[in-house]
Design a protein around this ligand. Structure first.
Ligand code: UGB
Length: 603
């Protein structure tokens, strides 16, 4: 009370609000007026921020927390009354007629899309010091995830405009959700690389705020251990993206501009854009309000399972059930074995890869009701079985894929399953943890993430008739991986299967020890035998036809142990590097049409 004279009317309102919600302990250790007055004011700056960045404000946060903490203490099952079953969705086979049709439909729709990248996570499991978006997705070119994502969106933009024809031009927006942990470094990465060729006005950064930590079942907010004038905070989860988008006003702007689709994706999946055109085509063709991308999932694998939940009262929804909840849910509902593989060798519940495609009109309608608030959960670590106190403070969390939970049963919620090799290779686990992954389950490490790019590109080339050598097995950082020829290409060279087919003709072969980088747009390859390294660059208005035979010492893959401090962290975490012994380089710097017959034999 003595400190009241220091405060503005607004600050007094905030103090009253806290006292009204049982938070008087926050002021218990405050000094007399005249001592640490600036800190007291900054306490209210923080409270004001916590209040405005949560739908319904801090009062709502505290009340939601009390209710969820009571449910958790009572051991209430979040799926009470629901029975899980395997939902039906669109299962695509790469390269067949159906797939090609969906890809074309997706490219046509891409001009009406907006992309949202959630990149506020620190990536604690990976333990990498930088931001994950700055990591190379593969090291033949060293392209980082953010550049690859932007290149891919720009390639989609071009392809979509071309398909529509005429003078049609659009700029597909990209929103990046950051957090205090990633914001500055993401902005720096964009600024120092001229936004990787995107217009600055096309990119929007939205920073998520952390939420207050909770000390007990009564939702007493936790005082920061470092300062008695600060509330301790922790991340609220990727579900924040919906409230941020809603309050930013961008959704309305996009809708007014005729956009139809919002595509959400995560920070480190270098394969994702190979799956985007076809899955967007599925959304458009099936008129899905919500379409989740999924891959076949091994039982108990650490990705959520897409499940139909049917309530005793008749309600039904298709939703992601997180991996730690699916097994107990199945056991509790008449499946004593829990989450197990079926005859296909996979769990019957497809794995959620957290790539969502939402139809913008229905999305805006829903958010107008909810203001973007997403169903939350709390995960306190209790000291003992009385569940009366916590080992450390907790907080409410939310996930972006829980968006469909509030939708009406008439909403069209579907999913699209693609082969894992085509769609999903995240970089989440550090080398030590990845090496402990049970055999047959994916490592989700920098090693497997990079090898997955080469495998996918090799398999796509095989599908269009290139003789690509079989992979060999090698161990890097304790992980046994398939090593395919190191094939990498620029998204503008080819985004779809049809595009690869158009650009690669008959009579091509690539040996196992080869590295092939295609860095131009209009590069056509036919009757080319590669045994070594080949790098092709060409400016946008150069059209080059390549054929011939290239044989050189190539780029050797040298193992690097993750503990070897003489290499940068980006290299150590993948466990190998390239020793560039020799290569053939093609570099078309002038516009025009060229035909190059390559001849090299220098082994
Ligand atoms: N992220 C944020 O932007 N803000 C946050 O507060 C937290 C994260 P993780 P997670 O791909 O296999 C998800 O940590 O949450 C961003 C799905 O829930 O990599 O353990 C972060 O930057 C799960 O169902 O993953 O698991 C990153 O881009 C499954 O699909 C993204 O959110 C799993 O991903 C995901 O964060 C998966």
């Amino acid at each position: 009370k003595k400190n009241l004279t220091l405060l503005s009317a607004h600050q007094i309102e905030l103090a009253k609000m806290l006292l009204g919600e049982g938070q008087s302990h926050l002021f218990a250790q405050w000094s007399e007026p005249g001592v640490e007055d600036e800190e007291k004011k900054s306490f209210f700056d923080q409270v004001a921020l916590l209040n405005t960045s949560y739908p319904g404000g801090l009062v709502q946060y505290i009340r939601n927390a009390r209710s969820l903490l009571a449910d958790s203490k009572a051991g209430k099952n979040p799926f009470e009354g629901f029975t899980p079953s395997v939902p039906s969705g669109e299962v695509l086979t790469f390269g067949d007629d159906n797939f090609i049709m969906f890809e074309e439909a997706g490219i046509r729709e891409a001009r009406n899309a907006a992309f949202v990248l959630v990149a506020g996570g620190l990536g604690e499991r990976l333990g990498y010091k930088g931001i994950k978006l700055a990591l190379p997705l593969e090291t033949t070119t060293g392209t980082c995830f953010l550049k690859h994502y932007i290149d891919s969106i720009l390639a989609l933009q071009d392809a979509s405009c071309k398909l529509v024809g005429g003078n049609y031009q659009t700029e597909i927006p990209l929103v990046i959700m950051t957090s205090d942990d990633t914001h500055v470094r993401t902005l720096e990465l964009l600024e120092s690389n001229a936004y990787f060729g995107m217009k600055k006005t096309q990119v929007h950064l939205l920073k998520q705020e952390k939420v207050a930590c909770l000390d007990d079942n009564n939702a007493r907010l936790a005082v920061d251990p470092q300062s008695k004038y600060k509330i301790q905070t922790k991340p609220h989860g990727h579900g924040d993206v919906h409230a941020l988008l809603y309050s930013s006003g961008l959704l309305k702007k996009w809708h007014d501009a005729g956009r139809k689709w919002v595509l959400f994706f995560q920070d480190t999946n270098g394969l994702l854009f190979k799956a985007i055109p076809a899955s967007l085509g599925v959304s458009a063709t099936k008129q899905y309000h919500v379409n989740s991308l999924a891959v076949p999932r091994k039982a108990k694998e650490a990705i959520g399972g897409i499940t139909r939940l049917t309530h005793a009262d008749g309600r039904s929804m298709v939703i992601n059930v997180e991996y730690n909840q699916l097994d107990p849910l199945l056991k509790a509902t008449g499946h004593p074995e829990g989450d197990v593989n079926c005859e296909t060798g996979y769990s019957p519940y497809p794995g959620n890869i957290n790539q969502l495609i939402l139809e913008l009109g229905s999305y805006i309608e829903e958010l107008t009701k909810t203001r973007g608030a997403i169903s939350e959960f709390v995960n306190p670590k209790y000291k003992d079985s009385t569940k009366t106190s916590f080992k450390s403070s907790t907080r409410l969390e939310c996930m972006m894929q829980d968006y469909p939970k509030t939708l009406s049963p008439s909403a069209r919620v579907g999913f699209t399953v693609m082969d894992t090799w085509l769609a999903y290779a995240p970089v989440k686990n550090n080398p030590e943890d990845a090496a402990k992954v049970p055999k047959g389950n994916p490592y989700h490490s920098a090693t497997s993430g990079e090898m997955a790019i080469y495998r996918a590109n090799s398999l796509i080339l095989r599908k269009v008739g290139v003789q690509v050598a079989d992979p060999i097995l090698q161990v890097f950082n304790g992980q046994e991986v398939e090593v395919w020829p190191r094939v990498a290409w620029y998204p503008k060279w080819a985004l779809t299967f049809s595009e690869v087919r158009k650009k690669v003709g008959a009579g091509c072969s690539v040996s196992q020890r080869s590295t092939m980088i295609v860095g131009g747009c209009n590069v056509f390859i036919e009757n080319l035998a590669l045994d070594g390294a080949l790098s092709v660059k060409a400016v946008e208005d150069a059209e080059v036809k390549l054929s011939g035979s290239v044989q050189n010492k190539g780029w050797a893959l040298e193992p690097v142990h993750h503990t070897d401090g003489s290499f940068p962290e980006e290299i150590r975490i993948r466990g190998f590097r390239f020793e560039k012994l020799d290569q053939m380089e093609v570099n078309e710097t002038e516009p025009g049409k060229f035909s190059r017959v390559l001849e090299q034999k220098s082994v």
